[in-house]
Write a protein that binds this ligand. Structure first.
Ligand code: FO1
Length: 309
């Protein structure tokens, strides 16, 4: 069996990561997760994508919301609201325990990787989930009038302001997670996450970016655009605002220097020849992962193809 590295954002990426977890031995699976969405809120270090992946793999995620924990209660938030505290970013009681624990672990001197693995252990997960880097990188959204921090744009303003560009702060001090030896992965999967804000921060990390460009034959993109719509979140809206068509071809162009293989949904097959012209081998599958069966089926199909190469 080959060794797989998944590059993963939040909800879409986590669904595919679960399919992989259910399909292969964990020793062949490594998941590098975007940390550009991370921020400090109410003095707690919040890592939304790491938590979404962790909760999803542990069967603990709130599937309908896509973030936070299942069977959640909101006593802290409601009490905080009664006191006039800051409640625009909703922290459930069980979820809060994760942020408290992570913040304590980091304050005790652990790296984000070590803190993540400590949390993974408490969810009975293998230690194969890694932050993309151990240094803080913060995604900012440039809108016409203001530069917004990611969570202000995403949660407080509900992705409403039109986007003109993205800024990643902290890159000068950040490096792709040193615990991950890129030469050990036979296949790298770019999960169906938002290319602009979930995968882009990782592509800014020099060592990873160079590796993907040098070994683009090992890199497979799974499109987050299905039937000319985004599966979840603001990917399609951002594409339009940036002057692109909502299409798998726009995804293909975005990753053109990094990948030579793409999976698109069967409903987008009409775009195959344009992707071939961009240099891609095109494969198609059902990319809508709305239950465990479809998550496992997609992972299985990707693995089957890549094992045969
Ligand atoms: N997303 C929301 O839309 N509203 C929230 O109040 C919210 C709270 C929240 C708390 C913890 C956490 O880990 C994630 C949370 N998210 C919330 C999701 C998150 O901010 C975004 O989905 C990701 O950053 C995008 O991948």
């Amino acid at each position: 069996m080959k060794n797989y590295l998944l590059l993963c954002g939040g909800v879409g990426g986590a669904k595919l990561a679960l399919g992989f977890k259910n399909s292969i031995d964990p020793k062949h699976l490594t998941i590098a997760v975007n940390t550009g969405d991370d921020f400090t809120h109410l003095d707690f270090k919040i890592c939304p994508d790491l938590d979404t992946v962790m909760y999803t793999l542990a069967g603990e995620s709130d599937v309908s919301k896509g973030w936070g924990r299942r069977d959640e209660s909101w006593n802290m938030l409601s009490a905080l609201d009664d006191m006039g505290g800051e409640t625009w970013f909703q922290l459930g009681d069980k979820d809060l325990a994760t942020h408290i624990q992570r913040t304590q672990l980091l304050r005790s001197g652990l790296s984000l990787t070590q803190a993540t693995h400590n949390l993974c252990e408490s969810f009975n997960l293998q230690k194969n989930i890694f932050p993309m880097c151990n240094q803080p990188v913060e995604t900012y959204i440039q809108t016409k009038n203001r530069l917004l921090s990611f969570q202000e744009y995403f949660v407080k303003l509900k992705c409403e302001p039109p986007v003109t560009d993205f800024v990643f702060k902290g890159l000068d001090k950040a490096e792709f997670n040193k615990d991950l030896d890129l030469s050990t992965y036979d296949e790298i999967i770019i999960c169906p996450s938002n290319p602009y804000v979930s995968i882009n921060p990782m592509l800014q990390l020099g060592a990873l970016s160079k590796h993907l460009q040098d070994f683009s034959q090992k890199v497979t993109v799974i499109s987050p655009i299905v039937n000319s719509k985004s599966l979840k979140g603001p990917t399609a809206k951002m594409m339009l605002e940036l002057g692109h068509q909502i299409s798998v071809v726009t995804i293909g162009k975005f990753y053109q220097n990094y990948s030579q293989r793409i999976f698109i949904d069967t409903s987008d097959l009409k775009e195959s020849s344009k992707l071939n012209e961009l240099g891609y081998e095109v494969n198609n599958a059902n990319l809508i992962m709305n239950n465990t069966k479809s998550k496992n089926a997609l992972a299985h199909e990707i693995i089957q193809l890549l094992e045969s190469r």
